[in-house]
Design a protein around this ligand. Structure first.
Ligand code: TTP
Ligand code: MG
Length: 369
């Protein structure tokens, strides 16, 4: 039996939330591509010209951060701080490819998934993760698979909501894992500076500090009247967040880049009938979403996870745009044939990408070839 596809699960039942953020993302990808610079201070930025350029730092490796270099700093300043660093230009195409691979992998670990930037995402796992102990092990699996498949490290935060998981993922960077149970939220949050709360930027921090509010605990206790006078509606929100409360849902922005469905088997299996039957159900669901959005696709992606959690994705890009369910089925089955055998499957997933809006002419061509 398959679990229900991710879109059909009730939202309020489980709230163990993961936030995953790649470590020094652009720099890590560059280092992966050139192992000889591993361990050196690496600075990625626009127009670096070996440190003499006029651009700014996009990011830098943790070794470079020890010299005080950080994102948005002029390259020239970074050079003054560490002339011996390796300066590299931004290769967005390369990072976008790695990002897409990472996100597809993370999605396969999720029942609900929300990418929030090129290198970070929230995810809520399926019901097999029943408590925070299991969540911690699951987070280690995710970290291992990101490393194995993409050759870079990430940091994971696990908490009872998005706010806590986001702060937790940044807590022990790089290559960190921080799990905050509901009963530990206050102990975790209260000693931290108010600027740790997403949305509290430099200006608000300054104002709060002037009011004598430096730590989250002070904000959590602050008179709501006072906060509302100073910050309007934001005042209440800030107090809520300072108390560790966040009711924002993890919501997939479906249809923007890809539509995919994954399902975990109730019991690991190598039965080809069960596997292809499950894949069929997932494909029906993907196809339904595709029609709803009036999209045509060009690429079909299959994800397979074995019982030891090793995860593989395979994609095939077609020569035509289509919305044909049989094309998805044929392609997915072909991709699946590489994996069927003695090893037991834990999960299977299918997705389509490379979208184009469907117009009438294309509909005729693609639906009745
Ligand atoms: P971040 O996740 O903010 O930073 P990071 O991944 O480099 O480092 P950390 O380990 O602290 O997470 O941003 C992700 C990527 O976005 C980053 O690698 C480069 C890019 N970026 C910019 O181009 N300019 C910026 O000012 C920032 C903050 C990020
Ligand atoms: Mg990052």
């Amino acid at each position: 039996m398959m679990l229900a596809p991710n879109s059909k699960t009730k939202t309020s039942e489980r709230r163990i939330t993961f936030h995953v953020d790649m470590d020094s993302f652009f720099a890590s990808v560059e280092i992966r591509e050139r192992p000889e610079i591993k361990g050196m201070p690496v600075v990625v930025g626009s127009d670096p010209k070996g440190g003499s350029g006029r651009g700014v730092v996009s990011t830098c490796s943790y070794e470079a951060r020890k010299y005080g270099i950080h994102s948005a700093m002029p390259i020239s300043q970074a050079y003054r701080l560490c002339p011996g660093a390796v300066f590299l230009p931004v290769n967005m195409k390369l990072y976008a490819g790695v990002s897409a691979g990472v996100m597809e992998l993370l999605r396969s670990f999720s029942e609900k998934f929300q990418q929030v930037s090129v290198d970070e995402a929230y995810l809520i796992p399926g019901p097999e993760i029943r408590n925070f102990e299991e969540a911690a092990l699951y987070a280690l699996r995710i970290k291992d698979e990101v490393q194995r498949q993409q050759g870079i490290t990430c940091s994971v935060g696990v908490g009872p909501n998005k706010l806590i998981s986001k702060i937790a993922s940044g807590f022990q960077k790089p290559d960190g894992l921080t799990v905050v149970r509901p009963e530990d939220v206050r102990d975790f949050l209260f000693p931290l500076p108010v600027s740790i709360i997403p949305g509290i930027g430099e200006k608000t921090t300054e104002t709060l500090n002037e009011m004598g509010i430096n730590r989250v605990e002070e904000l959590s206790n602050c008179d709501i009247q006072l906060l509302s006078e100073r910050f309007g509606k934001m005042g209440l929100k800030m107090k809520q967040l300072a108390n560790g409360l966040d009711f924002e849902e993890v919501v997939e922005k479906e249809g923007v880049k890809s539509i995919s469905r994954h399902g975990t088997f109730a019991e690991d299996t190598n039965d080809p009938v069960k596997i292809s039957g499950s894949l069929d159900i997932l494909i029906e669901s993907v196809h339904g979403a595709l029609l709803k959005h009036h999209f045509l696709f060009k690429t079909v992606t299959l994800t397979v996870r074995f019982e030891d959690f090793s995860t593989y994705t395979r994609s095939k890009t077609l020569s035509i745009w289509t919305s044909d369910i049989f094309v998805i089925k044929r392609t997915a089955m072909k991709l699946l044939s590489e994996f069927t055998g003695r090893r037991k499957f834990r999960l299977v997933g299918v997705g389509v990408t490379k979208f184009r809006e469907r117009d009438e002419k294309q509909t005729l061509i693609t639906d009745f070839p």
